[in-house]
Design a protein around this ligand. Structure first.
Ligand code: ATP
Length: 489
């Protein structure tokens, strides 16, 4: 098995070689931190999306979904705080001219300390760093970098500039004559999908006759001009979020925050991903909108990292939009107040949100599924690469493989394909030896293969081969569709 760095590199190259992910516009040498999903990547991504959407909307009576536009009125981002606050502290190395996000620079240094067995020293540095970030103490952060003689990976010097803030939003202009500097025409590519939900809060509440507590879910693209954009699809400039804003009665936020923490962790583990690969990380520095916040972290090959955030946002967003738009964004609660016996009346609901990166979830599923297995014997060694995707997420559910291209076997295989393809994604292949075809399906994460052979003509059975344990058994052709449909449910 590859070590962790090699494992990460192996996952990246496997993703490209097998049509999951390509660098964007690769024939022009790519575009930093932008990626395209290929034929199997887009299937896997869609399956993750569908699974999240179903569990958030279809399975919840009080959550509905929307699909808001990427462009929003520019005042949205004034109200949300993104124009003034969506910044990251950055530092430049004067010799290499390379720019670093301060927390990433320090974390990279700490990772090296930990690799050298100096875990306690590393953790103490992180604690100091988090306290300094919480106070926006840039002089203190620079001193921390200097005191530990943290170096730039390229120039290998500690010749640093002062720390400055950089806004992460992309701007463009609306209309044909304006320039991007023209404040009236400047629009932003949304840096998060949440604001599309907040500005539609009343539309949905009224037209959907929703009663607090209720949620609005959305999946969509978001854009951030990440300064340090590396680590493959972990940190992209164009990515997708799956967010849900849950509107609640003020005073109930503690209980709903805990509820959604539990629910979301359960969602992850219900996919069969081991619990020990997950942990919660409470935020020390709260974002400008947050009352409480934590991340669900997963142990990627690059270490424990955030995949999802759960945030108790209070009434910050709706209050801000009410103030900037001068439109009332209140809810009338006609439940009776226990003490007065009268309707509770008008209030601005509080919000607990769950926000997960679709691309990060994709990387999580890939990282958890990728295996390099030693097979065979010492005399005849053999290896295989297999993606052990949860069957419901696998891009291809069933491969249908006639043993030979003749003797009527392709016709039987095609008939099975025609019977199954409206239910789930099937793949038909007759080229190469059966062993090679199995290996290719392992590498694509296909959980089931069936082989049609000469016996199939006699007794209407096929061999089913299971990806994970490579066991095979004969089953009647008439059972195939139902059996696979049951397994992927
Ligand atoms: P980070 O600290 O990693 O920059 P964040 O705390 O800014 O992330 P949020 O604003 O809470 O992230 O966004 C919610 C989710 O969106 C994150 O948990 C992550 O899965 C995803 N996400 C955020 N930024 C990116 C990005 N640049 N590329 C891919 N996914 C991202």
């Amino acid at each position: 098995m590859a070590n962790d760095t090699n494992r990460f590199l192996a996952i990246i190259s496997h993703s490209k070689e097998y049509g999951f992910i390509f660098p964007s516009s690769e024939i022009y040498d790519g575009l930093a931190a932008v990626y395209d999903y290929g034929q199997w990547g887009s299937e896997l991504k869609k399956n993750i999306k569908d699974h999240w959407w179903k569990s958030m909307t279809q399975m919840q009576e009080n959550i509905v979904g929307i699909d808001a536009a990427i462009f929003m009125h520019p005042t949205t981002w004034k109200a949300s705080g993104h124009v003034d606050n969506f910044n990251d502290p950055m530092i430049d190395n004067k010799d290499s001219k390379k720019r670093y996000r301060v927390d990433h620079l320090i974390e990279g240094y700490v990772d090296k300390l930990k690799a050298d067995g100096k875990t306690e020293e590393g953790e103490a540095i992180i604690e100091v760093m988090e306290a300094l970030i919480a106070q926006d103490d840039f002089a203190g952060l620079k001193k921390l970098i200097e005191d530990h003689k943290i170096k730039c990976a390229i120039s290998e010097t500690s010749n640093w500039t002062d720390i400055r803030q950089f806004n992460l939003m992309f701007a463009t202009e609306f209309g044909s004559t304006a320039s991007a500097d023209d404040a009236d025409n400047k629009v932003y590519l949304r840096p998060e999908t949440a604001q599309g939900i907040f500005v539609n809060f009343l539309n949905v509440q009224k037209t959907g006759r929703m009663k607090v507590p209720f949620g609005i879910a959305q999946i969509g693209k978001a854009f951030r001009n990440e300064i340090v954009a590396r680590q493959f699809i972990f940190r992209m400039r164009e990515f997708e979020q799956m967010e849900m804003q849950f509107f609640i009665r003020p005073g109930t936020e503690g209980q709903w925050y805990e509820y959604w923490k539990t629910e979301r962790m359960k969602w992850h583990q219900d996919l069969g991903i081991p619990a020990e690969k997950y942990r919660f990380h409470d935020h020390v520095k709260l974002a400008h909108y947050a009352k409480a916040a934590c991340d669900i972290e997963f142990e990627f090959p690059i270490g424990f990292k955030e995949v999802e955030g759960i945030h108790s946002r209070g009434d910050f967003d709706l209050t801000q939009h009410q103030q900037f738009s001068k439109k009332k964004l209140q809810y009338f609660d006609n439940d009776l107040d226990e003490s007065t016996g009268k309707p509770i009346g008008n209030y601005i609901p509080y919000v607990v949100e769950t926000s997960i990166g679709l691309d990060r979830m994709f990387l999580l599923v890939m990282s958890n599924s990728y295996r390099e297995e030693e097979l065979g014997t010492p005399e005849k060694p053999d290896t295989r690469v297999v993606l052990q995707f949860p069957p419901k997420l696998a891009p291809i559910k069933l491969a249908i493989l006639p043993l030979t291209k003749k003797d009527g076997l392709p016709e039987i295989a095609r008939a099975i394909m025609n019977d199954c393809k409206s239910e789930f994604k099937c793949f038909y292949e007759e080229k190469d030896t059966i062993g090679k075809r199995y290996r290719r399906m392992d590498a694509l994460g296909t959980p089931f293969c069936i082989t049609v052979d000469h016996q199939s003509k006699e007794d209407n059975t096929v061999t089913i081969r299971y990806r994970d344990n490579m066991q095979q058994e004969r089953i009647p052709i008439s059972d195939v569709k139902q059996m696979i449909a049951k397994q992927i449910r």
